[in-house]
Design a protein around this ligand. Structure first.
Ligand SMILES: Nc1ncnc2c1ncn2[C@@H]1O[C@H](COP(=O)(O)OP(=O)(O)OP(=O)(O)O)[C@@H](O)[C@H]1O
Length: 478
């Protein structure tokens, strides 16, 4: 048994005789299996590399991964995952496989704060009047635990019978969609340990919950195209508000918004945060990982305001285990999310469909990058209170160009928009996404493109949008 709080990789192993190997025989390659006893309110933190098997089984007690309870005796494959298995009352875990880092930790006060936040949100839901439940914005620098917090409070809410709407506004990491998208989804069934919020609708039967998210394409790195980012937020706010009006449970459950760390530059005058707050009518801001941000937002939204105008800004402790994810890891994460979108995972393999289509039948637009477009205003360009998407019509008209397919597209994703192929630029920008295609091959001689799609159905004459983000993945089919 490992000493609580002092566990290091391998220390949980039962001592065994040192094996000796005769001749040139290779050592056995059986993965190491060890058991860890976790005391109450502690967690098993791990960083498992991509492609390296890393399995965890709950042997006794209760434990959860960011709010999602582990089923006893079930093996969870957590390869390519960094996270923590937390226990409120103590548990024993069985761990198989190697990790880059793993240890048990008892400095977990953050978890109590997160649970208190959940209690607070539950009270707000119970007291919700005609304007619905809590509308929460979570902000903080990169790697501060924002996504983990959102996932935990959403999972606890679902367990309490709610259906919170979760929004991901970080295009670097997809939610129920590949990276390069912004998503809103009403989470009504239990969140999955391995698949998080579940998977999007596919052609076959599944064991994981199927969700129907609202997806918008934002094929840029976060700060590249502020005017488009803001226009999409306005669009999403409208769609989400309309959806909530049709679903009393979702309305009462409220919304929780996860944001990228890049929104927190004070030089911007917090222009995008202001925009989100006003479009979603936010009534609670959670700040984590930065004292300065907390102070700035408190001054802006809460201090010296009349009671009916003030928006409370709450500080939540950053989890000690929240780790930085370097550029190489984030690239692997993006590739793995794209692969999973088309091929599923080991438990739920998918069979993508191949579509070979003549150039003449396609309406493809290239979303110009920030460097391409003139009038590229800064994300941080002044106060946002008077922003309206119409103001950007002139610049929006320079954002898409119709193209003929070329080899440069090979390995990229294109978004299938709901709008027709001959739509104007504002419609192209604002239209939600029906799904994504992977460009497997462009045959310039025969003027044909071969796409991979999760669905067998063709998409008619709908507009396709190709952007610079996420980067092309050359080896998706290998
Ligand atoms: N208590 C914890 N123990 C171990 N790992 C953790 C813990 N909390 C979070 N992590 C991990 O740390 C990493 C960063 O956390 P998370 O993604 O929640 O932060 P974030 O603020 O959303 O980051 P970003 O803005 O860069 O997306 C993730 O890989 C997450 O799984």
């Amino acid at each position: 048994m490992a000493l609580p709080g002092l566990s290091l990789p391998g220390l949980g192993l039962q001592p065994s005789a040192t094996p000796t190997y005769g001749g040139n025989a290779p050592p056995p390659t059986e993965p190491a299996i060890r058991r860890e006893d976790l005391p109450p309110q502690s967690e098993w933190r791990f960083e498992a590399a991509f492609g390296q098997p890393y399995d965890i089984r709950l042997i006794s007690g209760h434990a959860e991964l960011f709010g999602v309870e582990l089923a006893p005796k079930q093996t969870y494959s957590l390869s390519g995952c960094k996270g923590a298995i937390f226990t409120w009352h103590g548990c024993q875990l069985e761990i198989t496989g190697d990790s880059e880092s793993e240890y048990s930790a008892q400095e977990t006060e953050y978890a109590v704060e997160w649970l208190n936040l959940h209690g607070m949100l539950e009270t707000a839901r119970e007291e919700a009047q005609h304007d619905g439940g809590p509308r929460v914005l979570v902000v903080g620098p990169d790697h501060a635990g924002k996504t983990s917090l959102v996932r935990s409070v959403a999972a606890w809410a679902v367990k309490a019978g709610r259906a919170p709407t979760v929004l991901n506004l970080d295009p670097r990491e997809g939610l129920l969609a590949p990276p390069g998208s912004l998503t809103a989804v009403a989470v009504s069934s239990q969140v999955d340990v391995e698949n998080s919020y579940g998977i999007t609708p596919i052609s076959g039967p599944t064991t994981t919950p199927v969700q129907t998210p609202l997806i918008y394409s934002y094929p840029y790195r976060t700060s590249e195209k502020p005017e488009i980012y803001k226009a999409l937020i306005t669009r999403m706010a409208l769609s989400v508000t309309n959806r909530l009006e049709e679903d009393a449970v979702a309305k009462q459950s409220g919304i929780i918004i996860d944001t990228p760390g890049s929104l927190n530059d004070p030089k911007s005058n917090y222009s995008v945060i202001n925009h989100i707050v006003s479009e979603f009518n936010i009534n609670l801001i959670i700040s984590t990982g930065s004292e300065k941000l907390l102070n700035d937002l408190t001054r802006r939204f809460s201090a010296n305001k009349a009671a009916d105008e003030a928006i409370p800004v709450l500080r939540v402790t950053k989890p000690g285990g929240a780790v930085e994810r370097d550029a190489a890891y984030m690239k692997q994460l993006r590739t793995s999310q794209i692969r999973q979108y088309f091929f599923g995972n080991s438990k739920e393999p998918l069979n993508p469909h191949s579509h070979s289509i003549n150039y003449g039948e396609l309406n493809i637009y290239r979303a110009k990058s920030g460097a391409d477009t003139a009038n590229n205003t800064s994300m941080y360009g002044g106060d946002d209170d008077d922003y309206s998407p119409e103001m950007n019509t002139a610049s929006a008209s320079a954002n898409f160009e119709k193209i003929t397919p070329s080899n440069a597209m090979t390995g990229s994703l294109v978004a299938i928009k709901f709008c027709p192929g001959n739509s104007d630029e504002d419609t192209l920008r604002d239209s939600a996404v029906m799904g994504f295609l992977y460009v497997a091959e462009v045959d310039e001689a025969r003027k044909k493109v071969r796409f991979l799609a999760p669905h067998p159905q063709r998409w008619g004459d709908r507009a396709l949008v190709w952007g610079s983000w996420p980067e092309a993945v050359a080896d998706l089919l290998t």
